[in-house]
Design a protein around this ligand. Structure first.
Ligand SMILES: [Zn+2]
Length: 160
């Protein structure tokens, strides 16, 4: 069965226990994820008896995108080389950490990688999403920038 859950009961039995796994073609419920899904490697290390450190590497998938310039729908290949996160069933110990970097270990001692995979892929998103055609036309963007600068400076003149 292909899903994003991993049983970590054995790892939690002692500290500094390690395990590595490879996942392929896992579909998770993300509207933009294309078949055959996400592929990744994971290395787990038990930090103590209620916390696991997870290093996700070589995360790849294809996603649906729409270009912000020409509105064309296209498929983009995404890659995240490294994403590190923590799973714990003692969240109080991580009060000071940003919440989006700490994930729960459930009562059956499973961790679910779905949300951390989503974050790892989302942080690869550029600020402006352009299709491959528009990326190749980048020089025309410089013209736009010059125009914006011109309007800004003329705005300053009016202000004085
Ligand atoms: Zn485009």
């Amino acid at each position: 069965m292909k899903n994003t859950k991993i049983k970590v009961a054995d790892l939690l039995k002692e500290t500094s226990k390690e395990d590595s796994m490879q996942f392929e073609e896992v579909m998770i419920t993300l509207s933009w994820l294309r078949e055959p899904g996400i592929k990744w490697d994971i290395h787990l290390t038990s930090f103590n008896q209620d916390t696991i450190e997870a290093k996700l590497t070589n995360i790849t998938c294809d996603r649906d995108q729409s270009c912000e310039k020409c509105n064309k729908e296209f498929i983009k290949s995404v890659r995240c080389d490294y994403y590190e996160t923590t799973f714990t069933n003692n969240p109080d110990a991580f009060e000071d950490e940003p919440e989006d970097e700490i994930f729960p270990i459930d009562d059956n001692l499973n961790i679910d990688l779905g949300e951390s995979l989503r974050q790892a892929i989302e942080i690869q998103q550029p600020i402006t999403i352009l299709c491959y055609d528009c990326i190749n036309q980048e020089p025309s963007d410089d013209d736009d920038n010059e125009q914006e600068e011109y309007f800004e400076s003329s705005g300053n003149i009016t202000f004085h």
